[in-house]
Design a protein around this ligand. Structure first.
Ligand code: ATR
Length: 285
């Protein structure tokens, strides 16, 4: 029930229409009895400063930040957590005592999901498809795992080469990063993560790679969650690969944000994750 004690939470980005975040967070409020409401706000690029000042003045309890503002938000904050600072991207803001603190739950969320599906992650070879904005965040996170071998493949090879060079230069102690120039190398990898938009609605009958090039048993993960079952994942399941759905990563970063805002306990998070996954699969299969 919404009343005068209800606190505001939200999402800022552009576009935000179609975002699943309101569905996830309002589900958390309802199941946990938290007096909150979460709304999505589409913010024009020349009004991001005004929007953030407004949210601060209203003492919003917390908000998420999505494309294209994950870096732009940083100078508008009062403080930033070290992981978010290192990634150069904030997706979650906590408002406490009138001050805004930035965090990044995308990276820790991705690692938590991978650890659930991939035993001994530290010893694995991970292939990331794509070298755009989403890939940048994911590769930055993966390159922080000591022992991992990271390959980046992109339609335009020069962007993969550049991203690999940046990661090798800056942040990747103990992790080897290289650009993958030939599809013949795909069979060397234990985990494959699609960060391109290939397969997303409305072009759902596209897939970024030929599934037959992968190693038998390689884990296939797609960050695309519209549709839930992308052609890449359909083909992977058909060929006997374990798969990770994009919605699982979206849910994980959201639950980590709720942990920051409302101190959710691990057993609550476990139950909510299971319920949300079931509900989502119910809608979309
Ligand atoms: P995002 O922020 O969602 O990552 P982006 O920065 O525009 O968006 O990056 C899109 C990624 O998807 C890029 O790696 C892009 O490849 P290019 O760098 O060669 O453009 C990739 N991509 C988009 N459409 C593609 C397609 N049809 N086939 C293969 N890769 C594609």
């Amino acid at each position: 029930m919404i009343d005068s004690t209800t606190q505001l939470y939200g999402l800022i980005g552009n576009p935000v229409l179609g975002s699943r975040s309101p569905w996830i967070h309002n589900h958390v409020f309802n199941t946990c009895g938290i007096p909150g409401v979460y709304l999505a706000f589409n913010v024009a690029s020349n009004r991001i400063g005004e929007a953030v000042s407004g949210l601060k003045a209203l003492e919003i309890k917390g908000f998420n930040v999505t494309m294209p503002y994950k870096s732009d938000i940083i100078p508008l904050l009062d403080g930033i957590d070290p992981i978010a600072k290192q990634m150069g991207a904030v997706n979650t803001v906590v408002c406490k005592d009138g001050q805004l603190y930035g965090h990044n739950t995308d990276g820790p969320g991705l690692i938590a999901v991978l650890r659930r599906h991939v035993p001994e992650l530290e010893q694995k070879k991970i292939l990331v498809l794509g070298a755009g904005g989403a890939s940048r965040g994911i590769c930055g996170t993966l390159s922080s795992i000591k022992g991992v071998t990271l390959g980046i493949w992109n339609r335009s090879l020069d962007k993969a080469v550049q991203l690999a060079a940046e990661l090798n230069h800056g942040k990747s102690e103990g992790c080897t990063v290289s650009a993958v120039s030939s599809e013949n190398c795909f069979s060397e990898y234990d985990v494959v993560i699609n960060t391109t938009s290939v397969g997303m609605v409305p072009d759902t009958e596209c897939t970024p790679i030929d599934i037959m090039l992968l190693k038998q048993g390689a884990v296939v993960c797609d960050i695309v969650y519209k549709p839930h079952l992308t052609l890449l994942l359909r083909e992977a399941i058909h060929a006997g690969h374990p798969v990770i759905y994009g919605i699982e990563m979206l849910i994980e970063q959201a639950l980590l944000a709720q942990k920051l805002w409302n101190n959710l306990k691990d057993d609550q998070i476990f139950e909510i994750r299971v319920a949300l996954m079931k509900e989502f699969e119910g809608f979309h299969n």
